[in-house]
Design a binder for this molecule. Structure first.
Ligand SMILES: Cc1cc2nc3c(=O)[nH]c(=O)nc-3n(C[C@H](O)[C@H](O)[C@H](O)COP(=O)(O)OP(=O)(O)OC[C@H]3O[C@@H](n4cnc5c(N)ncnc54)[C@H](O)[C@@H]3O)c2cc1C
Length: 398
């Protein structure tokens, strides 16, 4: 960027994928990003996330982190459906669904943090409590830090975004529950899995375990069908109790996993849903990633979408020398169709992933057995790649 931008001081809420990716680009364009993250330290944990197609890989390459992401790829092989005795019933090779690069969310967050920590002020263990906008900035108050002024505020704080609730109103207006909850935690690889996932399905529940970090540990992922539950989002003990009540006596590895869960170094639990909004920006505030357009984990698109969104939002701010009145509509205009297509990938998936009846579970298992041999077997992976590539990225060479 040749001239110094206006609106230089930008506060970003959330240090997972979208926030640090945005900070990376903002710094490159001459802005000064600050990130506030509610967790006391960078959050590890979470499932594997996929990048697929040229758009995702191009952003990673332009950020200079593609090699690091590839070095940390999971190299995951087949997923096997098992019965209650652990007998393998049907196997699905990884290439049926996988993207070009799969990486654990926690590893990705670490790479993004390392790429930004030197030139980004990170404030951990804090949260915005109020924002008051006036003619030339936003007065922000925090739970702990003293109040500060910023030129712009970006909410990259996930599906339960605080910035969204402050600037756009309550979550209930935007969050669409998809009928499932999901818990993910790290556990010892006690089954000795080698780049493999096992999955055990009972009506309305799915338990899966896969080896991670080159088989040195495993991830347990427990899905269950449930309406929007009234649990406290920050009450992890309560969330673990809900999980224990739901899966106790469910068979296969359910009970041992429920025991291991209490000692796990990380624990992620959330309702599975999407965020639908007519607009993602207002005044000097914009939303990014899951906060604005979460396609849900069922889509396999959340991290790629967040990364592309960060690239475009920062690029438009740079092009307009920080004029948010022009940059924000341009960001919305470029992202809208793409985000909608990515969201479609997450719709209707839950009933296949977690079938509610025995008959449906049986029917799907027969299909899984046949799937590797069907001529259209890679249609899903191809469809996902086509969607992920359905955006052309401006070069933003400033
Ligand atoms: C610990 C964790 C595990 C995850 N596991 C999975 C998974 O297994 N599968 C999957 O598909 N997706 C998972 N996700 C979501 C996935 O990371 C996102 O869908 C995607 O990467 C888009 O990222 P995002 O940065 O927009 O949102 P997120 O990754 O959700 O990040 C939001 C960040 O904002 C922080 N935050 C929340 N509230 C506040 C606040 N008030 N103030 C400051 N910071 C706040 C959160 O702690 C988090 O670090 C997980 C997210 C987290 C945080």
């Amino acid at each position: 960027m040749t001239t110094s931008p206006t609106n230089r001081n930008i506060l970003i809420s959330g240090a997972s994928v979208a926030g640090p990716a945005l900070a990376y680009w903002l710094h490159r364009y001459g802005f000064t990003p600050t990130i506030v993250e509610r967790a006391p330290a960078l959050r590890d944990g979470g499932h594997a996330v996929d990048f697929r197609g040229e758009a995702h890989l191009t952003v990673l390459r332009r950020m200079g982190i593609l090699d690091a992401v590839e070095a940390a790829r999971t190299r995951m092989g087949a997923t096997w459906y098992v019965n209650s005795a652990g007998k393998r019933l049907a196997g699905m090779p990884a290439d049926l669904f996988a993207g070009d690069v799969e990486i654990l969310r926690g590893d990705l967050a670490r790479i993004l943090y390392d790429a930004t920590a030197q030139h980004t002020e990170y404030i951990f263990g804090d949260s915005i409590t109020a924002m008051r906008e006036d003619g030339d900035g936003v007065h922000v108050t925090f739970e702990h830090a003293p109040p500060r002024r910023f030129d712009l505020v970006i909410g990259a704080d996930g599906i339960h975004s605080k910035v969204r609730s402050l600037a756009f109103g309550p979550e209930s207006r935007y969050f669409k529950h998809l009928g499932l909850h999901c818990a993910i935690f790290t556990t010892p690889n006690h089954l000795g899995l080698q780049y493999t996932a096992l999955a055990y399905s009972t009506p309305g529940k799915l338990v899966s375990i896969y080896s991670a970090r080159h088989n040195t540990e495993a991830k347990a992922v427990l899905w269950f069908a449930s309406p929007s539950t009234d649990y406290h989002r920050h009450d992890i003990a309560r969330q673990k109790e809900i999980l224990a009540d739901t899966f106790r006596g469910n068979g296969w590895e359910s009970d041992p996993l429920l025991v291991a869960m209490w000692d796990s170094p990380d624990f992620y639990f959330d309702a599975i849903g999407q965020v639908h909004m007519d607009t993602w920006t207002t005044g000097r505030t914009a939303l990014l990633g899951d906060a604005a357009y979460s396609p849900s984990p069922l889509s396999g698109m959340g991290s790629g979408l967040a990364l592309v969104g960060a690239y475009i939002l920062a690029g438009e701010l740079a092009t307009t020398h920080g004029d948010h009145r022009t940059a924000f509509p341009a960001y919305e205009q470029q992202m809208r169709g793409y985000a909608q297509k990515c969201m479609k990938m997450g719709e209707g998936v839950s009933k296949f992933m977690v079938p509610q009846s025995r008959a449906m579970a049986w029917f799907l298992r027969q299909n899984y057995k046949l799937m590797p041999y069907l001529p259209g077997k890679s249609l899903m992976a191809k469809g996902a790649r086509k969607t992920a590539e359905s955006i052309s990225l401006k070069p933003y060479t400033l």
